[in-house]
Design a protein around this ligand. Structure first.
Ligand code: CO
Length: 134
């Protein structure tokens, strides 16, 4: 069912500093940070030849990643995102196999303008998994 790795998301306390570290130390191409108001995060993309890494930091109050940074103040890998062809078909198949989704199980539109869902980390060895319709 799962297709390509779409991105890995890393939560960071300071997105400007993190972006510059990737630029300066690794020679990475990093986009300018964009506020994703409805998702409560600010995002910058590290563009790699085969995938991308998203640097994410909280935006506003009630950010979904605020608690993660409370737990890991210096930052860390927050989730991995796999592509699926049809998100509703993937969701229904996963539900029928006993997987749990965060929220109400209805896809939201993610940072790339495509429908996304998050699977509960308890089903995947503590890793938060995002699926995105390709
Ligand atoms: Co993501």
């Amino acid at each position: 069912m799962i297709g390509r790795l779409n991105h890995i998301a890393i939560a960071v306390p300071d997105i400007e500093f993190a972006s510059n570290q990737y630029r300066k130390l690794l020679g990475a191409k990093v986009t300018l940070p964009v506020d994703e108001i409805e998702h409560g995060v600010t995002v910058a993309f590290i563009e790699l030849p085969n995938t991308k890494v998203e640097l994410i930091t909280p935006f506003g109050k009630n950010s979904p990643i605020a608690r993660f940074l409370d737990k890991y103040p210096s930052g860390g890998i927050h989730h991995v995102c796999y592509e699926v062809e049809d998100i509703i078909a993937a969701r229904d198949k996963l539900l029928s196999k006993g997987a749990t989704f965060l929220g109400n199980g209805n896809p939201k539109i993610g940072a790339h303008g495509k429908p996304i869902l998050f699977l509960h980390p308890k089903d995947f060895q503590g890793t938060l998994i995002e699926i995105e319709q390709s």
